[in-house]
Design a protein around this ligand. Structure first.
Ligand SMILES: Nc1nc2c(ncn2[C@@H]2O[C@H](COP(=O)(O)OP(=O)(O)O)[C@@H](O)[C@H]2O)c(=O)[nH]1
Ligand SMILES: [Mg+2]
Length: 356
């Protein structure tokens, strides 16, 4: 999973990026001219997989990964007409979800007043404008094609969706709020519209008022999924020993690390779940979208497993814990054989029987 971190300049994107990744990317109070984003890959530590490694006596546990991309503050650097061609948009398009870091701390470096709501609106309109430009350009091309006599069903469908998109964007409605059926969705998928991507707001609060922003969070929450960080504080935790960090977190009433909180949040936002496999020499977590069928999940592991799928041997992590071991679990009759169409659940352990 790839998450693109965006936001206004000095909102704390790099700080949050560092807090999440444990990396030490440069924090600047000035406009960086660096066009390259910071990239960081982190493991999704899932305690269930840790437990499985222990139970099956496997040394190797392969966790899922999340890739974070930290961009420069784009609205300051890129004029509207440049957005589409910019390296920013090209990269942002590869993200599965967008995390918008919003400033909720005061500092001398800002001349404007503190207003997270205003900043969210600014970012949202940037995304909308960017998509609007792309959609308009596409519509011009479609009209040209039609003049040249190309009028196949696919083109007409695309035109319909693009017009619908433009109408929405014109009314300041992001494309993620546009309801499209499967066909319509497919017709514009190639454009990777940025306002269509799932979005989460990271409210970056100062240490002294962290956890005291209920009404603000409620207000943002009416439109967006929102999570609160104390970015600077949480970044600094990375420099402490584990014991010290735990103590500091307790003081701030932070129960889990920024990374863990964001991971859970992102999985929820994107509708992702995990299933596990126990192999010869590793236990492993796999990420799939909720609602995925067993045969498709098998394909995640290996295309041969999808092609030659026979059955999935299946039980849940909770059942395994309850039984105490796989042997007991079989005795208790928790062990299931599922077919291709079985909808894989979060926490399932799968063994795919296949034949190619
Ligand atoms: N007080 C406070 N300052 C922060 C916080 N997050 C970032 N800053 C400061 O804001 C400035 C810009 O941070 P940076 O992460 O570089 O912002 P970016 O431009 O969005 O990447 C730096 O001086 C940070 O120390 C925060 O949560 N609280
Ligand atoms: Mg930065």
């Amino acid at each position: 999973m790839k998450i693109g971190i965006i936001g206004l300049k000095n909102s704390g994107k790099t700080t949050v990026f560092n807090a999440l990744t444990g990396l030490n990317a440069e924090i600047t109070t000035y406009t960086s001219t660096k066009a390259e984003p910071n990239l960081g890959i982190v493991e999704v530590i899932d305690d269930r997989l840790t437990k499985l490694a222990e139970m099956y006596e496997q040394e190797k546990a392969v966790y899922a990964h999340i890739e974070f991309m930290d961009f420069i503050g784009f609205s300051e650097h890129i004029t509207e007409s440049e957005i589409f061609s910019s390296s920013f948009m090209t990269l942002a398009k590869t993200a599965d979800a967008i995390a918008v870091v919003v400033r909720n701390f005061e500092s001398d470096i800002f001349t404007d007043t503190l207003s997270p709501i205003r900043d969210i609106e600014t970012i949202e309109s940037e995304l909308i404008i960017s998509d609007f430009i792309i959609a308009e350009k596409r519509l011009e091309k479609i009209e040209l094609s039609k003049k040249r006599g190309i009028k196949d069903a696919q083109l007409l469908l695309e035109e319909k969706v693009i017009r619908k998109a433009i109408e929405n964007l014109n009314n300041s409605i992001p494309l993620r709020d546009l309801s499209l059926n499967n066909e319509e969705e497919m017709a514009i998928r190639g454009f990777q519209f940025i306002s269509q991507k799932p979005v989460m707001i990271i409210l970056n609060s100062k240490e002294s008022n962290f956890h005291q922003n209920e009404s603000l969070i409620q207000e943002i929450g009416r439109k967006y999924k929102v999570i609160e960080f104390a970015g600077k504080f949480e970044m600094e935790l990375n420099n402490l020993s584990t014991e010290e960090a735990v103590e500091f977190m307790e003081d701030m009433n932070i129960k889990e690390s920024a990374r863990k909180r964001l991971t859970k949040f992102a999985y929820e936002l994107l509708g992702y779940i995990s299933f596990f496999t126990v192999g010869k020499d590793e236990v492993r977590a796999w990420t799939i979208i909720r609602g995925t069928e067993a045969v498709e999940a098998a394909g995640k592991i290996h295309t041969d497993m999808e092609r030659g799928f026979i059955r999935a041997e299946c039980f849940t992590f909770d059942e395994l814990i309850e039984a105490g071991s796989e042997k007991h679990l079989r005795e208790k009759g928790f062990f299931r054989l599922e077919g291709k169409k079985y909808i894989v659940k979060d926490g399932d352990l799968l063994k795919i029987r296949f034949n190619v």
